[in-house]
Design a protein around this ligand. Structure first.
Ligand code: PHB
Length: 394
């Protein structure tokens, strides 16, 4: 009988396999204390699963490097941010002031991430954002100590707008939560859709994280746009896609979304998600050796299929590792470290990319269609799409 290793054991095996590689880790790093990494992610609420995937991805890359980055041991400090902006400043200060971490990795929710960005602009702590798309983070709030391994909200919205216009749709309604990620994604969608000849008739929204969609679905049914564009994610996305179908709308008005609508959610959405078209910087079935290797290691380690959040967590660790390697683990050489991050090509499971001057990924956006439990890549909506970084002065 083959014994399946428990996740911890599997991570350990990976670590052992990678030890030889990391022995190349610098002599300088020997004798240095562990690097203190603060993980500020949601462990509860509608985005809980997203936080877990990010942490899994981050730890997987560290394990592949023998449990160390550029020869430095990693010591983790964790805070559950609950995706609650009202608690965000207190929560991030636990990591900055109480735990005195070297680097913070977080978070999922744009409103929480905005408070984190403001706090680290003051403390100068290095922040790597592994999801939250708040445009301001690589816009007016951009800073030498803030780097993002994910996307800006504008990017997937814009890419999906290009797709909707190319399909020939002329009128759209949008629906989302009323907070930065929702409104900025919808703005990106409208910019591309209207440039392509379409018109957004109305933007509908509800407070985060509410899932009482009925009244809004009734409005969609009565206005009958050519297409509906939605931004929802996590548990909220599961409920929205099911409700849209149950209301009978899926048959009559095509539903499109940034790919978060169907990423990490397909098991729970089942039939209701079949056929949906979305755009995102990751997809299933990319079929590259890099992605295949990542997916099989992730699946063996965690007994779960990876999703976009796992990739973004993995890349946060890759970017940190790349910067640290350039300074041989000497975290005090902050400027040289960030300069190396800015110059590196991130060899991501999503495909290779670089960071813009504002420190946001410049990356391809795929066209994806739901087939069974996968968001299958069927084409490219926009190649090498940079965020406009409006308002960033660095
Ligand atoms: C965000 O709040 O920025 C956010 C949350 C969940 C996602 C994407 C963006 O899937």
């Amino acid at each position: 009988m083959t014994k399946i290793p428990a996740p911890q054991t599997a991570l350990h095996l990976l670590a052992v396999a990678a030890l030889t590689a990391s022995a190349a880790g610098s002599a300088l790093a020997q004798g240095q204390p562990p690097l203190k990494v603060g993980l500020m992610l949601p462990a509860t609420g509608t985005f809980a699963a997203l936080g877990t995937a990010i942490e899994n991805g981050f730890r997987l890359h560290v394990a592949e490097q023998g449990g160390k980055l550029a020869g430095r041991e990693i010591q983790y400090f964790k805070v559950d941010d609950e995706s609650d902006p009202a608690k965000a400043t207190d929560n991030v200060n636990k990591l900055i002031k109480r735990d005195n971490v070297d680097v913070i990795v977080g978070t999922v929710h744009s409103g929480v991430a905005l408070a984190m960005a403001r706090a680290v602009k003051e403390s100068k702590t290095l922040l790597i954002v592994p999801n939250a798309g708040a445009d301001a983070i690589t816009g007016p709030l951009c800073a030498p100590n803030i780097v993002r391994s994910s996307f800006s909200n504008w990017q997937p919205g814009y890419a999906t707008g290009v797709m909707a216009a190319q399909k020939g749709y002329k009128t759209a309604m949008t629906i989302t939560w009323n907070y930065a990620a929702g409104s900025e994604t919808v703005k990106g969608f409208a910019e591309a859709f209207e440039k392509g000849g379409g018109k957004v008739l109305q933007n509908l929204n509800l407070p985060f994280p509410n899932v009482e969609f009925q009244a809004l679905l009734t409005q969609i049914a009565s206005q009958k746009p050519d297409v509906v564009f939605a931004f929802f994610a996590g548990g909220g996305a599961v409920k929205f896609v099911k409700d849209y179908d149950a209301a009978g709308l899926k048959k009559s008005i095509p539903l499109m979304g940034s790919g978060f609508l169907t990423d990490g959610t397909l098991e729970a959405q089942g039939e209701s998600a079949q056929g949906l078209l979305t755009s995102l910087h990751y997809a299933d079935g990319l079929n590259t050796p890099r992605d295949k290797g990542f997916r099989s290691k992730y699946a063996v380690t965690y007994k779960l299929q990876p999703d976009v959040y796992a990739v973004q967590g993995y890349d946060a660790a890759q970017i940190l590792a790349g910067g640290l390697a350039a300074v041989k683990g000497d975290f005090s050489q902050r400027d040289a470290m960030v300069a190396a991050m800015r110059k590196m090509t991130v060899d991501s499971p999503r495909g290779k990319y670089t960071l813009s001057a504002a420190h946001n990924p410049v990356q391809d956006f795929y066209i994806r269609q739901v087939k069974g439990r996968e968001n299958v890549m069927t084409g490219i909506a926009v190649k090498v799409l940079p965020d406009p970084a409006r308002g960033c002065k660095m």
